[in-house]
Design a protein around this ligand. Structure first.
Ligand SMILES: Nc1ncnc2c1ncn2[C@@H]1O[C@H](COP(=O)(O)OP(=O)(O)OP(=O)(O)O)[C@@H](O)[C@H]1O
Ligand SMILES: [Mg+2]
Ligand SMILES: [Zn+2]
Length: 535
């Protein structure tokens, strides 16, 4: 009968295990020193050896030559544990035996001496599924266990084990198994099975398990079933629904060249070959994550589950980008993965998401952008859009040097524009109010649009239709208009004098290197207000 590889190659003693060295050596010592606990909790990721080690421990304890850390493997006790029919090793699947009755039976059973062997060993798999009541019954037993009883609770969710139970057990947490160890293990198994597998195939299979030995071995089974006894990387990737490094690299190249159409090609290609778009996104996230790690580390690293050759490829790809870019792309791809889970239009979502990556890559750090601008590049000096600094607060002319100047917009654009505007508005039939407001306003033109700065009580009149139309007439298009309260005359509703606190906050804001830089690049920029984000 065909036996799946994971079962066929279930380690029968400590030396056959990969990973979990900490569990191995602690148990080994405990057995050698005859310090056997009555309760153990084996917790951790699925398929990493919990049940396997529980059985090895049972063999160690009950081997005729034992207790020994190296069970003989040939006595009836050893053989029966392997076969699953040892009279004194009781395996309970808590997923289906989770209730109080089962635990009562178990309690009853514990009271009797082992039928033949030294210990009576209860291996409770999926222990987190036990009901609370049943845990209580178990607790009674754990509180006063007979000398021969050993409980091994295996679980993927140790937080679900009540602390009353946990505190009476020795806990071991199982770790996901290292990529290289997995590759070696599979290479060895393939040799036993007379299967040829190339490096890439082994790497892909090892990756696919994400640290779970069982999952990787199941994938190996699947690959053998499908490809026979010659396993090659691309075929295995295909089988597992993974994407060739090539398609991931295409995304990277599209990013390098900021090429949206190449991005859309990737999606079209995936669609036409019937690939799962969400899986692709997950692989892409992994890819960016690996690139990021490759960018940060100098040589081969354990942090990337990939062969040396693949890591080399990744390092080369990563070198084209900044850490910032890679971080941003990873974040965006993870977000996209989440969105695709619920999307009714995964294709469009993916297209949009990939295009966004291109744009996100073009973002620069503010610092960098400011540096590039340089004061010389800014002629005529544009007025800053005051909105980043809380616009609603009328700006009481602020204290210190650059800010203290009354708003005096750059004369060249102001004088003529304001006069022409007044004339045009008048011609369009603007009211006396509006014209008065214009007389009291400063008008500043910048590439971003037109800004009116006027005492607060004049702002409303400036928002009227005539001013807008007049501007459109003069400029040949409707500009974006911003209105800012302020101006030479004291404001009718000026806020109470600033408190010492406000003053201090303002001083600190002005001393901030970012603000200083901004003022260097945009001479004449004023701080209109400082908002305390904690409020
Ligand atoms: N550390 C390991 N070393 C070698 N093989 C392992 C290891 N862990 C798991 N395996 C392989 O995976 C198979 C499943 O392992 P096991 O049943 O011990 O996993 P588990 O941790 O109990 O998983 P689950 O949480 O799903 O019950 C084993 O038969 C064995 O082939
Ligand atoms: Mg198990
Ligand atoms: Zn034995």
């Amino acid at each position: 009968m065909y036996q799946v590889i994971a079962r066929k190659y279930r380690p029968q003693n400590f030396s056959e295990l990969i990973g979990q060295e900490h569990v191995r050596s602690t148990l080994d010592n405990a057995i050698t020193q005859r310090r056997i606990a009555h309760g153990y909790i084996f917790s951790g990721q699925r398929g990493t050896g919990k049940t396997t080690i529980a059985r090895i421990l049972a063999r160690c304890l009950n081997c005729v030559e034992g207790p020994t850390a190296a069970p003989c493997g040939v006595c009836s006790s050893c053989l029966e544990v392997t076969g699953g029919n040892a009279p004194d090793v009781i395996e309970i699947d808590a997923a289906s035996n989770r209730g109080i009755n089962e635990m009562r039976e178990l309690r009853e059973n514990v009271r009797y001496r082992p039928a033949r062997d030294r210990y009576k060993i209860f291996i409770i798999d999926e222990a987190h599924q036990i009901t609370n009541e049943a845990f209580n019954a178990l607790l009674k037993t754990l509180e006063e266990p007979p000398e021969w009883a050993v409980f091994i609770l295996c679980t993927t969710e140790s937080h679900k084990i009540p602390t009353t139970i946990a505190s009476r057990c020795q806990q071991f947490s199982f770790r996901s198994v290292d990529f290289n160890q997995l590759v070696e293990r599979m290479r060895w198994i393939c040799a036993q099975e007379e299967i040829q597998a190339d490096e890439e195939a082994l790497a892909v299979l090892a990756q696919s398990g994400e640290g779970s030995v069982r999952d990787s071995l199941s994938a190996l089974d699947q690959a053998i079933a499908c490809c026979g006894n010659n396993l090659q990387g691309p075929a295995v990737r295909d089988l597992l629904g993974l994407y060739s490094l090539e398609s991931l690299a295409t995304v990277t190249r599209a990013l390098e060249k900021s090429d949206p159409s190449a991005m859309l090609e990737v999606v079209a290609e995936l669609e036409s070959s019937g690939k799962n778009l969400q899986h692709f996104t997950r692989e892409l996230a992994r890819w960016f994550r690996n690139l990021l790690v490759a960018r940060i580390s100098s040589g081969d690293t354990r942090l990337i589950a990939a062969s040396s050759a693949e890591q080399e490829t990744m390092r080369a790809a990563a070198a084209q980008f900044s850490e910032d870019d890679l971080t941003r792309w990873l974040q965006l791809t993870l977000d996209l993965f989440g969105q695709l889970q619920y999307s009714l239009q995964p294709r469009f979502h993916l297209e949009l998401g990939l295009l966004r990556l291109i744009h996100a890559g073009r973002l620069k750090a503010v610092e960098e952008a400011l540096k590039e601008l340089g004061p010389a590049a800014v002629t005529p000096p544009p007025r800053p859009d005051p909105r980043p600094f809380e616009p609603s607060q009328p700006s009481a002319p602020a204290g210190p040097p650059p800010a203290a100047k009354p708003p005096s917009p750059p004369p060249p654009s102001n004088g003529p524009l304001k006069e022409r505007l007044r004339a045009a508005a008048e011609a369009l039939g603007a009211s006396a109010f509006t014209l008065d407001a214009l007389d009291h306003a400063d008008v500043a033109q910048s590439p971003g649009g037109v800004e009116f700065i006027a005492p607060r009580h004049h702002l409303l009149a400036l928002r009227g239709r005539h001013v807008g139309e007049a501007l459109a007439q003069l400029l040949g298009r409707a500009p974006r208009i911003t209105y800012t309260a302020g101006g030479g005359e004291p404001l009718p509703d000026a806020p109470p004098p600033k408190s010492a606190d406000d003053e201090e906050t303002l001083q600190r804001a002005l001393a901030h290197p970012g603000v200083r830089r901004f003022q260097e690049v945009f001479p004449g920029a004023r701080v209109m207000g400082v908002r305390n984000l904690k409020e």
